[in-house]
Structure formats: C-alpha cells, structure tokens
Write a protein that binds this ligand. Structure first.
Ligand SMILES: *Cc1c(COP(=O)(O)O)cnc(C)c1O
Length: 224
C-alpha cells in the first residue's frame, strides 16, 4: 500500500512542475495522518469545518498554514480569524465585511479568494462573474483595510465529461486574467484555486496556481 508520505512526494513533484501550491485537504482525517504528511514536508492544509480547523490548529505544529476551503458562516469567522492563512470560499460582501472586522480585532490582514460559481449545478455557492466584477469595482470593498483579495476559487461540475470541466476552468482562467491587472490597495489577484483529486490535472493545464487535494492523498473519507 502506498503511504500518505509517498502520495505527498508524488503530488508535490507533479504539482511543482506547474509552480502550483498543493493544499492537502485533511478534513475528517485524524492528526496522525496530518503528521505523516507534515513529516513528508507538507505545510499547507485545508479544512472545511470551523470547529475541526480550530481544534487541529491548536494541537498540530505551529508552522502549518491552515486554509479554510469550505463554506464559511459569518458568525464563525471569529474562531479562525486569529490564525487562518487563506479563506478560499468568500461568497458575499457581508462575509468579507465580517472577515475584515475580525481580522482588525486580531491586528491582521487576512487573505481571501472570491468563490465563483462555475459549475452547471445549482447547489454550489459562489458569485456569478457579473457579481464578482461588481464587487471588485465597488467602493464598499475599498473601505475594508484588513482583508486582501488575492484570487479566485472555483469548483467544476462533478462529471466524467472532462471537456465540460476544462471549459469551466478555462472560462474562470480568462476572467482571472482580466482582473490580475486591477490595482487597488486590498486587491492583488495572483491565485487561482481550482482542481481537486478528480480534476487537478485538468485544472493545472488550465492555469491553476493552487490545487486542493484530499482523497488522493489521504484515502477516501468516511462520513459518520
Ligand atoms: C473536500 C474538498 C476538496 C478535496 O476533495 P477531494 O476530491 O477529496 O480531493 C477540495 N475542495 C473543497 C472545497 C472541498 O470541500
């Protein structure tokens, strides 16, 4: 059986060829699995539940960068604001305002990605392209001194049709390219967070700078 450490080495090398970052998605996995990945050199981990993220950050090594990759409720931002490195799935101005407020309380600037709804599915969160454009150009965003928008995140349709997945990623990449030149104090677009275990190769070909990989590293998740 291939170990977690072997997976980390293999994926780090493959993803490194694209100068992209590997976010090891450790949700539902025990600390011992995370430590095995850590000992293999992995330092960036992603979680999608606030409480689990907080508990793991308190017990695991302090030089881990913790990314919140899941849907985030405003009333829970305060629990992760002291330490979170990057919030991937910002999907409203009100959430951004709350992150700004909690970041200020912690004397921090918190990096955020805007989640764009790119899938052909109604269940997923995120801005439309028009909504994201309006937000980026708004004056409301200019007043938020304790957040920085560093890029975009998207989740493609869960389908075996790689042509469709590629089209969804490519469209997001084109939008990303149109906003990298925006010059505002709290907007500096450089990260494109696309790609998971099933579609990371397509995402890397489309210009991903950050892939979020869970089950391919740690094995399938058991939800109880
Ligand atoms: C769980 C999750 C992932 C990783 O999914 P895998 O298919 O296990 O690689 C990536 N992104 C988000 C937002 C997730 O919730």
């Amino acid at each position: 059986m291939t170990s977690i450490a072997d997976h980390i080495k293999k994926y780090t090398e493959e993803i490194g060829n694209y100068q992209a970052t590997l976010v090891a998605v450790s949700k539902t996995k025990p600390n011992e699995d995370i430590l095995e990945a850590y000992q293999a050199g992995q330092r960036v981990f992603g979680e999608n539940k606030v409480q689990e993220l907080r508990e793991k950050s308190e017990t695991l090594p302090k030089d881990i960068s913790w990314h919140m990759i899941g849907h985030l409720q405003r009333n829970k931002v305060k629990y992760i604001a002291p330490f979170v490195t990057l919030i991937h799935a910002v999907d409203s101005l009100r959430l951004l305002q709350e992150i700004d407020k909690q970041a200020a309380k912690n004397n921090r600037i918190i990096d955020c990605l805007l989640q764009i709804h790119i899938a052909d599915e109604t269940t997923k969160f995120g801005f439309s392209y028009d909504e994201a454009t309006d937000l980026i150009n708004s004056t409301a965003i200019d007043t938020l001194k304790n957040i920085r928008i560093t890029g975009l995140m998207g989740m493609a349709t869960n389908t075996d049709d790689s042509t469709q997945v590629k089209a969804e990623f490519d469209r997001l990449k084109s939008f990303f390219d149109t906003i990298t030149s925006i010059n505002k104090p709290n907007i500096a677009i450089s990260e494109l967070s696309i790609g998971m275990s099933g579609d990371y190769k397509i995402a890397l070909e489309s210009g991903s700078t950050m892939v979020r990989i869970g089950s391919a590293l740690f094995g399938a998740r058991n939800y109880h």
